[in-house]
Write a protein that binds this ligand. Structure first.
Ligand code: G6P
Ligand code: ZN
Length: 541
């Protein structure tokens, strides 16, 4: 019997990046099954199709993969390509979908959220272009999940995902592949591996912190095996179901071991970390942290030095809350720079249409049109290739960049797990006061305008409204406020602050100090501390 009666669960509404819930919610009987069946139907069925499947190694991932395989077989799929052990990083999954011409793929991950029986799990569908499903598809998945009456699943033994090779599951072929190989091969086509090998041979020291998550095996293969970095360059290199208790989010707060090493005596030349599913990155040099917005700008300014981008970039894009550092590079290089809402999926259309080749977000995501996801290890290789060509340290590259383009001081303050009503009321009040804000003076800053960002996709004309509150001050400083779309507990308020310093003086301040007046003006206007009772943000990036 392959048909199983079921009834809807509330709240199966995919957010910024798939459906994310507590693992125990996903482990309820029929919960995963309902969502996957709704997904298969929302994409028009999978009969005769090829799909890609894999995830970041977190708790419940392999079990979920085995259920999904039996469901794909019962729904008539012809073939599912699955990473060995149900492992695939998000960018590697995106690459496989594209390289194998699959209909799409399912990624099992809650990205940078912790994993384990009491933590988070997630399921995300990516389309045939390798990128996250657009809102039309996620809305259809949700609608179908709310009226579902049955799902299909083969009643057979679990498929074995431990051995590479093909096996039959009912009428469907399960193809278990090495999760790393195709991805590592693609990286060799984009970067000058000979130059990188020579750099490591000459004593270049790097630390890659994979945070017990999926990039471990990829990083060991690429940096240690193919590029000759010393064994042990990659730390926390084995993916663990609970990420060894780490919070696999590569930012200064959560990647604190790496931060301490890079800010300490005898720091390596270069440091990097990645998140649970391998699409985010944080980069550092000895004694210097590179903000994601600055990293994007540096990559844009130097991309032509890297073999895969030597013909130049088609255009660049950043999410609205990301700093305008890359805009300055684009202006000088005569490139179009698109400003999109938060969420990688908005970049996909621009890449598919050939309008941009480099994209980035303040949330530690950078990538290019080699896949349709952001790509943590790709960003690390971009930096390494640029360092190898320019023969400068990370700190020297940053100083040189700021001296030329000026510096966009930038920081994000997060207030996590706020009561949803409280957070919404606070932003609702702000919306109601927009008109009155213009011209107001706080901390010596005059409000020039205040609005809510909306985006019209230049490719398909779709409009996305309510994408974040912007308060612009005279002189180019600004603050952006929005609620996170990826949290699983209450509401997370993100406050993004930016101030431009043209130089040549004033380029080497601490960002929190440089942004002091904006932080105070934001408090005066929005009253976060007053209304939430929080003395300080939970995370500062
Ligand atoms: C995921 C998406 C990113 C996005 C980020 C924002 O990582 O893949 O594209 O920038 O979420 O998360 P937030 O919690 O701010 O909505
Ligand atoms: Zn991620």
């Amino acid at each position: 019997m392959t048909r199983h009666a079921t009834s809807p669960f509330e709240g199966q509404k995919p957010g910024t990046s798939g459906l994310r819930k507590k693992t125990k919610v996903f482990m309820q009987p029929r919960y995963l099954e309902n969502f996957v069946q709704a997904t298969f139907e929302a994409i028009g069925g999978v009969a005769g199709q090829t799909l890609v499947l894999g995830g970041d190694g977190r708790y419940f991932g392999a079990e979920a993969a085995r259920i999904i395989l039996k469901m794909a077989a019962a729904n008539g799929a012809a073939r599912v390509i699955v990473g060995q052990g149900a492992w695939l990083s998000t960018p590697a999954a995106s690459h496989l979908i594209r390289a194998r011409g699959a209909m799409g793929g399912i990624i099992l991950s809650a990205s940078h959220n912790p994993g384990g029986p009491d933590e988070d799990f997630g399921v995300k569908y990516n389309m045939g272009n390798g990128g996250p499903a657009p809102e039309t598809v996620t809305a259809a998945i949700y609608a179908l999940s709310q009226e579902i009456t049955e799902y299909h699943c083969l009643d057979v033994d679990d498929p074995d995902l431990t051995v590479v090779g093909e096996a039959q599951l009912g009428m469907m072929v399960v193809e278990v592949v090495d999760p790393v190989e195709a991805y590592a091969d693609m990286m060799e086509t984009l970067f000058d591996f000979n130059a990188l090998r020579a750099m490591f041979k000459a004593g270049f020291r790097m630390r890659m912190d994979s945070m017990c998550a999926i990039t471990g095996p990829y990083a060991v293969e690429i940096f240690e095996r193919r590029l000759g970095a010393p064994a042990g360059t990659v730390t926390h290199a084995t993916p663990l179901p609970d990420f060894g208790g780490m919070h696999p989010d590569p930012n200064p707060t959560w990647a604190h071991e790496l931060m301490a090493e890079m800010m300490g005596d005898d720091a390596p030349d270069f440091g990097a970390a990645s998140d649970g599913d391998g699409d985010r990155n944080m980069v550092l040099g000895a004694g210097i942290y590179v903000s994601p917005s600055d990293s994007l700008a540096v990559l844009a300014a130097n991309a032509h030095l890297v073999p895969g981008y030597k013909k130049g970039l088609k255009g660049v894009a950043r999410s609205m809350p990301t700093s305008a550092a890359v805009d300055r590079v684009a202006a000088e290089m005569g490139l179009v720079c698109y400003e999109t809402p938060t969420g990688w999926k908005f970049f996909g259309n621009l890449m598919d249409a050939g309008r941009v080749s480099l994209c980035g977000e303040e949330s530690f995501g950078t990538g290019s049109d080699h896949v349709r996801e952001k790509d943590g290890l790709w960003a690390v290789l971009m930096w390494l290739n640029i360092l190898a060509v320019r023969q400068m340290s990370v700190a020297e590259i940053m100083q040189d960049h700021w001296a030329h383009f000026g510096r966009n001081y930038y920081s994000r303050h997060d207030y996590e797990a706020l009561p949803v009503d409280q957070a919404e009321a606070m932003l609702g009040d702000l919306r109601a006061r927009f008109g009155a804000l213009t011209g107001a003076r706080h901390e010596g800053l005059i409000v020039e305008s205040a609005d809510e960002f909306s985006y019209r996709d230049p490719v398909d004309g779709s409009v996305s409204e309510g994408q974040g509150f912007r308060i612009l001050f005279e002189g180019g400083s600004r603050v952006v406020l929005r609620l996170s779309g990826t949290g699983t507990e209450g509401a997370t308020l993100r406050v993004y602050m930016e101030r431009y310093a043209p130089g040549p003086d004033g380029l080497d301040h601490d960002p929190q100090e440089a942004l002091g007046p904006i932080i105070k003006a934001t408090e005066a206007i929005v009253g976060i501390r007053n209304r939430t009772g929080r003395a300080a943000p939970n995370v500062i990036t």
